[in-house]
Design a protein. Structure first.
Length: 311
């Protein structure tokens, strides 16, 4: 039994390619129930310190969920981190075997922190939110297309727009009902929406895609979402601070909520105006407001308190 095993798993539609370090063992399993059962038994025999998957748009979730249920230390990471790691180590070729080896080396050298995986309900809500975004994107595309469509296509486009609008209403209702059925989510939703500027879309996004809200300190939650300013300094040079990385979907919804809060929330509006009056650009001021709102929401969730209605 190897008590120092680090495992990298490359995922495809059909297969799971496994690399174990430092033993250099390689295995391949089918990406289905039978193959994942075999994978679980194999990994238990290796007694791994860490198992790392790349995020592959959901192809990895069946295996990840199964391993976590068996109490195996499993984490899913952003593919960009692995690609940057591969470039840094001089690995430019790409095959499934090479990818699993790079992921295993990433696990051994970087050792990303294992975070709790979303439960089944959170995954379902996240899928509904993702589908909602897709419908909105299609609606925008069809409405833009309608303005320059030839006469023969107008009827079909209008019919599709009507269908998409009904679908959007149905999925909004599904999200609302799902939140209401969960006592904890319903309470958290009420806390979040008590803040002026936070609506049902932002609230549902936080519930499904930012479960860490209220459990981390202000610096860590800002970094997790990608609104923490990053230094760009070298020697005497002092570059502009920038935001980078994080959870893009949460950050996008937070941006929209911030634009609303700047108009309707007296505290955020005053903060924004103070920054602009001090010479900050609107873009930088909005980013600072995003960070401030996230920190406020984090404190509200941690302390289980509602927003002061006078704000």
């Amino acid at each position: 039994m190897n008590s120092e095993a680090y495992v990298g798993i490359d995922v495809s539609n059909d297969h799971l390619d496994v690399k174990v370090l430092p033993s250099n063992e390689t295995q391949q399993f089918r990406n289905d129930d039978g193959g994942i059962n075999q994978l679980t038994k194999y990994l238990k025999s290796t007694d791994p310190i860490l198992i790392v998957f790349e995020s592959t748009g959901g192809l990895e979730m069946l295996a990840v969920s199964s391993l976590i249920e068996e109490q195996l230390p499993t984490v899913v990471i952003n593919p960009r981190q692995v690609r940057d790691f591969a470039k840094a180590t001089g690995t430019l070729a790409k095959t499934d075997a090479i990818d699993s080896n790079i992921i295993a080396r990433f696990a051994r050298d970087i050792r990303p922190k294992v975070r709790p995986i979303k439960d089944e309900h959170a995954q379902y809500l996240s899928a509904l939110n993702a589908r909602r975004r897709q419908i909105i994107d299609m609606l925008i595309a069809e409405k833009n297309r309608l303005h320059r469509a030839p006469k023969a296509s107008i009827k079909s486009i209008k019919k599709h727009i009507q269908w998409l609008e009904r679908s959007l209403k149905d999925i909004n209702d599904d999200i609302d009902q799902m939140i209401k059925k969960s006592p904890s989510w319903h309470q958290n939703d009420k806390i979040l929406q008590s803040f002026k500027g936070i609506g049902p879309v932002m609230s549902a996004t936080v519930l499904s895609d930012l479960p860490e809200l209220g459990t981390l300190n202000r610096k860590k939650i800002a970094s997790l979402v990608g609104v923490a300013p990053l230094n760009c300094d070298s020697g005497r040079f002092r570059g502009r601070r920038r935001i980078k990385g994080g959870r893009a979907n949460v950050r996008h919804k937070l941006y929209m909520a911030t634009v609303s809060a700047i108009r309707h929330n007296l505290v955020i509006k005053a903060f924004y105006n103070r920054l602009v009056d001090a010479g900050k650009s609107p873009k930088i001021a909005i980013t600072a407001c995003m960070r401030k709102i996230l920190i406020i929401l984090n404190a509200m969730m941690k302390n289980r308190t509602y927003w002061n209605a006078t704000g």
